[in-house]
Design a protein. Structure first.
Length: 137
């Protein structure tokens, strides 16, 4: 075995392949300001239309153990601000992707997220669920 092969280790081992395939969730911040900074790197308005009577809102999730995650919430404007979908942000190569919250809970065992509080970065007209906006609800 050459010294180069020794330095590389066994990159095809099952554990290293599993680590490579596991999505890197952006978050676990102790301060919400760090979660907020993630949106500086994403070129999108804080609230955008996402179909009829639904908006996609840049949001911060506060987990039960007081860690913060940048996220996107699909919010129904027809149902007075009811959350109809939540997505964590993952880093994949040199870009960001969305990971449905249900998949994160199932595949990544992120049960410490529930129950969570959230706040959107922009206020949504008619939202009855975020009673404490701009604070967490």
């Amino acid at each position: 075995m050459t010294s180069e092969e020794k330095n590389m280790g066994n990159i095809n081992s099952p554990s290293s392949l599993a680590e490579e395939q596991a999505p890197k969730v952006i978050g676990y911040y102790k301060r919400q300001a760090w979660a907020l900074k993630v949106f500086d790197k994403i070129d999108q308005d804080n609230v955008v239309a996402d179909g009829t009577n639904v908006v996609l809102a840049s949001s911060i999730i506060q987990s039960t153990n007081n860690l913060y995650f940048p996220a996107y919430m699909r919010i129904s404007t027809k149902e007075e601000g009811k959350v109809v979908g939540a997505y964590l942000i993952i880093e994949e190569d040199d870009s960001f992707q969305l990971l449905p919250l249900e998949r994160a809970l199932e595949k990544l065992q992120m049960n410490e997220l529930l129950p969570f509080k959230y706040r959107t970065l922009g206020q949504i007209d008619g939202d009855k669920y975020q009673v404490n906006w701009p604070d967490f609800s």
